[in-house]
Design a protein around this ligand. Structure first.
Ligand code: NAD
Length: 370
C-alpha cells in the first residue's frame, strides 16, 4: 500500500486522553519501521461546536472522505446539553456515519482470560470468547418511513415505525459477514424473525442466496433473533460471526458486550462499500464507550477500547492482520501481568493510569514484534 491515510478525531471528555495512546502507538509503529501513516487531525463534537458552532466542519468532512480510516474518540458531555439539536455533539458522528455510507458495524466480543472473572457469566462460559456481532447500520426500523405519531382524535395516539429492507442492503451486509468469517473460524449465523416479520423472510432468503452463489465454503446457520439472544448468554462460544439487522444488532451487540466486562474494553468498526476504482472502503473506528465526563481529565480512563479500535483499523483497512494480532496479544499480556485501569480493577492487581496502560501495551508490542 503506497500511502495510509488516517484522520484522528479525538473529540470530547476522555476522547483526547485515550487518543493520545493511539498516537503513542503510531509513534512506535513509525519508529520501528513497521508502518507509517499520513496523519491528519480534526475537531468533532462539543469542542468543534465551541470553535465553529457546528459539530463537524466541512473541512473535516473532506478530510474524512480522503482518509482510508477515521479514528474516532468520543463526543458529548453536560457542557453541551443545551446546544441546538442539529449541532449537538452526536450530530458530528451521525453525519460521518451517513456521509461515509457506513452500513456495516462490527463489534467484537472478546473475553481476555485475565478478565473472565469480571463477567457476570461463569468463567468457563466466557473465558477465551472471541465472536463478532455484525449489525446493519443504515437501514431497517430506525430509518424506515413512515415514522410518525398521529393524534387519532379520540384521546388516543398512534405511533408508527417502519421496518424496511431492500435486497441490496441485505446482500452487502451478508457479504461483509462471509468475508469476515473467512478470515476467522469460517462460520456465519444469520439472525432475524422470519416467523413474524416479512423483512425476516426476505433477510433469510437473501442471505441464503448470497451464500449459495458466492460463499459455499463458509458454514451458514440461521437462527431466530430471540433464540439467538438466549444462545448468546447460554453458550456464546458456539458463534463466530453473527449477522443481523439494525434493531436486533443494537440489542444483541450490547448483550454480547456485557459478556466481556467493562465498557472501557470494547472496540468497534463501521465499514462502507468497497470503491470499485480504488478497492478501498470508507471506515470509521471507535470505542463503544462515550466521553465519560465523570472521569474526564483525571488520567484514569482505560485506553484499551481505543487501542483495540485502532487494531481493527490495522486489520480491516490496512490488511495488517499480523500486526493487529500482535496488538491483541500485547493487550492480553499486559492484563495477564495484572495491570488494570480503575474500571477493571480486581484483587491483587496493579492500578495504573491511562498513559501507564498505553505505555505498557506499546512496550509489550515492542517485545512481541522483535
Ligand atoms: N460514540 C460516542 O461518542 C458516544 C457514545 C455513548 C455516549 N456518548 C456521550 O458520552 C457522554 C457520557 O455518556 P454515558 O455516561 O452514558 O456513557 P459513557 O460510555 O461515557 O460512560 C459510562 C460509564 O462508563 C465509564 N467509562 C466509559 N468509558 C470508559 C473508559 N474508557 N475507561 C473507564 N471508564 C469508562 C464512565 O466513567 C461512566 O461511568 C454523553 O454526553 C453521551 O451522549 C458518546
Amino acid at each position: 500500500m503506497a500511502t495510509r491515510k488516517l484522520l484522528l478525531l479525538p473529540g470530547d471528555g476522555i476522547g483526547p486522553e485515550v487518543m493520545a495512546e493511539v498516537s503513542r502507538l503510531l509513534g512506535f509503529l513509525a519508529k520501528s519501521g513497521i508502518a507509517s501513516f499520513e496523519i491528519e487531525e480534526g475537531l468533532v463534537g462539543g469542542g468543534c461546536y465551541d470553535a465553529h458552532k457546528v459539530s463537524i466542519t466541512e473541512e473535516t468532512m473532506a478530510k474524512a472522505h480522503a482518509a482510508d480510516a477515521v479514528i474516532f474518540g468520543a463526543v458529548g458531555g453536560p457542557k453541551w446539553d443545551d446546544v441546538p439539536y442539529d449541532v449537538r455533539p452526536e450530530a458530528g458522528l451521525l453525519r460521518l456515519r451517513k456521509d461515509l455510507g457506513l452500513f456495516a458495524n462490527i463489534r467484537p466480543a472478546i473475553c481476555y482470560p485475565a478478565l473472565a472473572e469480571s463477567s457476570s457469566l461463569k468463567r468457563e462460559v466466557v473465558e477465551g470468547l472471541d465472536i463478532i456481532i455484525l449489525r446493519e447500520l443504515t437501514g431497517g426500523v430506525y430509518f424506515g418511513e413512515p415514522k410518525t405519531i398521529t393524534d387519532l382524535g379520540n384521546g388516543q395516539k398512534r405511533a408508527v415505525d417502519t421496518q424496511v429492507y431492500d435486497t441490496y442492503e441485505i446482500e452487502r451486509i451478508a457479504r461483509v459477514g462471509f468475508e469476515l468469517a473467512r478470515r476467522r473460524r469460517n462460520k456465519v449465523t444469520s439472525m432475524e424473525k422470519r416467523n413474524v416479520m416479512k423483512t425476516g423472510v426476505l433477510w433469510r432468503e437473501v442471505v441464503t442466496d448470497v451464500h449459495a452463489r458466492e460463499y459455499k465454503d463458509v458454514e451458514l446457520e440461521h437462527m431466530l433473533a430471540d433464540a439467538g439472544g438466549m444462545q448468546i448468554v447460554r453458550w456464546p462460544k458456539q458463534f463466530d460471526v453473527i449477522v443481523t439487522d439494525n434493531l436486533f444488532g443494537d440489542m444483541l451487540s450490547d448483550i454480547a458486550a456485557m459478556l466481556t466486562g467493562s465498557l472501557g474494553m470494547l472496540p468497534s468498526a463501521s465499514l462502507g462499500e468497497v470503491d470499485a476504482k480504488t478497492k478501498r472502503r470508507k471506515a470509521l473506528y471507535e470505542p463503544v464507550h462515550g466521553s465519560a465526563p465523570d472521569i474526564a481529565g483525571k488520567g484514569i480512563a482505560n485506553p484499551i477500547a481505543m487501542l483495540a479500535s485502532f487494531g481493527m483499523a490495522l486489520r480491516y483497512s490496512f490488511n495488517m492482520g499480523k500486526e493487529a494480532d500482535l496488538l491483541d496479544a500485547a493487550i492480553a499480556a499486559v492484563l495477564a501481568k495484572g495491570l488494570r485501569t480503575a474500571d477493571i480493577k480486581s484483587d491483587g492487581a496493579k492500578i495504573v493510569s491511562t498513559s501507564e496502560m498505553g505505555e505498557a501495551v506499546v512496550g509489550e508490542l515492542e517485545r512481541l514484534s522483535v
